[in-house]
Design a protein around this ligand. Structure first.
Ligand SMILES: NC(=O)c1ccc[n+]([C@@H]2O[C@H](COP(=O)([O-])OP(=O)(O)OC[C@H]3O[C@@H](n4cnc5c(N)ncnc54)[C@H](O)[C@@H]3O)[C@@H](O)[C@H]2O)c1
Length: 345
C-alpha cells in the first residue's frame, strides 16, 4: 500500500521535498498546504497533488495522512506537531531546526510519545556519502585514534548548527557528549526566523576523551573557493596517524604527503540521493514498529541540547555538564534578554 504524504509549507524546501518523494514507489503525495496561494498552486500543479489547502487544521481533519512533512520556518512547528500527535499521524518529518528551544522540543516529543507518533528531523546529511566516508574512516581507524574534531559553519547555530552538531554526534556515535564550554555573541540574528546568536562557539567534551571545537557563525573558517554561505561548512578529524576532512561535497584524507586522497562529488546529487534514502526509511518507520529512524528526534535532540549547553556555559561563565536539566532554555533566556534590551550589541 502506498503511504500518503501531506506537506505543510510550499516554499523552496517544500518543492525540493516533493520532488524527492515523487520518485518513491511506496509514497503518494496526496495533500499540500500553504497560506500563500501562488506557492500552494505552483507546488500542487507541478506534482499533481489533489488536496490543496490554505488551512492546515482543515487538512489534518479531512485528509488521511501517513507522513506529515513540515517544511515551514522554525517559527511554525509546535502547533502542527502537537496537532499531528493528537491526530495520531504515524510519522511527522520536520525540517531543521526542529524547535527554537530544547523545552519546546521536549514538549513535542512527549506529545508524540503519548500517541505513538514518530517525530523525525530532516537531518539528511547523515545519509550523504561524504560524511559516511568520514565516519567509516573513523571506524576503520584510517587516521588512527581520532582525538580532536573541528566542526564549523558560517551560518548561525539554528540555521546550520543543528546539522553540524548532529553530524558530530553521529560521527562519535559510540561516545557520549559529557560537557560543553562555550561563548555566544552577535545579537542581530535574533531577529531572524532562525533566531539565535550570530556566533556560538566552544569546546565539547566526550566521555572517551575526544574534544570537539565547534564554531557556528561568521567567525568560523571560510573556504577560499566557495561563494555560497552554506558551503562554508566542514568537519576535520585529527587522528594519531593523520587527518580526515569533509566539506559539503568533498572529502580529503591525509596520512602523509605521499599518502593522501581527494574526492569531489556534485553536492546536489549527493544531497538528493541522501534525501530519498531518508524518505525511504520513513516508510520503514511507518510500517515497522521496532525500527528506529536514524534521524528520530530523540536522537537529533542532542544537537539542540549541545547548542543550549554552549549558551548556558556563556551565561554561567563555566563549563556545563550534560544532560542539561529539562524545562529551562538558555537560548530562550538570551532571546528574551536581547529583546528587552538588557544586553549591549
Ligand atoms: N534540511 C535541509 O538541509 C534544509 C535545507 C533548506 C531549508 N531547510 C529548512 O526548511 C525550512 C523551510 O525553508 P524554506 O526556505 O522553504 O522557507 P520558506 O519561507 O521559503 O517556505 C515556508 C513556507 O511555509 C508557508 N507557511 C508559513 N506559515 C504557514 C502556515 N501557518 N500554514 C501553511 N503554510 C505556512 C509560507 O507561506 C512559505 O511558503 C527552514 O526551517 C529551513 O531551515 C532545511
Amino acid at each position: 500500500m502506498e503511504l500518503r504524504v501531506a506537506i505543510i509549507g510550499c516554499g523552496h524546501r517544500g518543492i525540493a521535498m516533493a520532488a524527492a518523494y515523487q520518485g518513491n514507489p511506496h509514497i503518494r503525495l496526496t495533500a499540500a498546504c500553504d497560506v500563500d496561494e501562488e506557492r500552494r498552486k505552483t507546488l500542487c500543479d507541478r506534482f499533481q497533488i489533489p488536496g490543496a489547502y490554505s488551512d492546515w487544521t482543515k487538512m489534518l481533519k479531512e485528509e488521511p495522512i501517513d507522513i506529515l512533512h513540515l517544511a515551514t520556518q522554525p517559527t511554525f512547528r509546535k502547533e502542527p506537531i502537537m496537532a499531528a500527535a493528537e491526530a495520531k499521524i504515524p510519522v511527522v518529518l520536520s525540517e531543521k531546526p526542529i524547535a527554537l528551544s530544547l523545552p519546546d522540543l521536549d514538549e513535542m516529543l512527549s506529545a508524540c510519545q503519548k500517541t505513538g507518533t514518530r517525530l523525525i528531523i530532516n537531518h539528511q546529511l547523515r545519509y550523504q556519502s561524504i560524511p559516511r566516508r568520514l565516519k567509516s574512516a573513523m571506524e576503520r581507524k584510517e587516521v588512527g585514534e581520532a582525538t580532536f574534531l573541528l566542526a564549523h559553519c558560517r551560518m548561525n547555530a539554528l540555521e546550520q548548527g543543528t546539522h553540524l552538531l548532529d553530524l558530530v554526534v553521529w560521527l562519535k556515535e559510540k561516545a557520549k557528549p559529557q560537557w560543553a564550554m562555550g561563548d555566544a555573541y552577535g545579537w542581530e540574528d535574533f531577529a531572524k526566523t532562525h533566531s539565535a546568536p550570530g556566533t556560538v562557539m566552544g569546546l565539547i567534551g566526550f566521555d572517551d576523551g575526544t574534544r570537539c571545537l565547534a564554531m557556528m557563525g561568521p567567525e568560523a573558517p571560510s573556504l577560499y573557493d566557495e561563494d555560497a554561505l552554506h558551503f562554508h561548512f566542514g568537519i576535520m578529524v585529527y587522528g594519531s596517524q593523520g587527518r580526515g576532512q569533509m566539506w559539503l561535497g568533498r572529502w580529503h584524507l591525509f596520512k602523509s604527503s605521499a599518502h593522501q586522497s581527494w574526492t569531489r562529488l556534485p553536492y546536489r546529487d549527493d544531497d538528493a540521493s541522501a534525501q530519498r534514502a531518508l524518505q525511504q526509511d520513513l516508510v520503514r518507520a511507518v510500517n515497522e514498529p521496532d525500527f528506529l529512524h536514524p534521524c528520530d528526534a530523540r536522537i537529533g535532540r542532542t544537537s539542540l541540547e549541545l547548542i543550549e549547553a554552549l549558551i548556558l556555559s556563556y551565561h554561567r561563565q563555566e563549563r556545563v555538564h550534560l544532560p542539561l536539566p529539562t524545562g529551562a532554555s538558555a537560548l530562550q533566556t538570551l532571546r528574551e534578554q536581547v529583546s528587552q534590551g538588557k544586553l549591549g550589541g
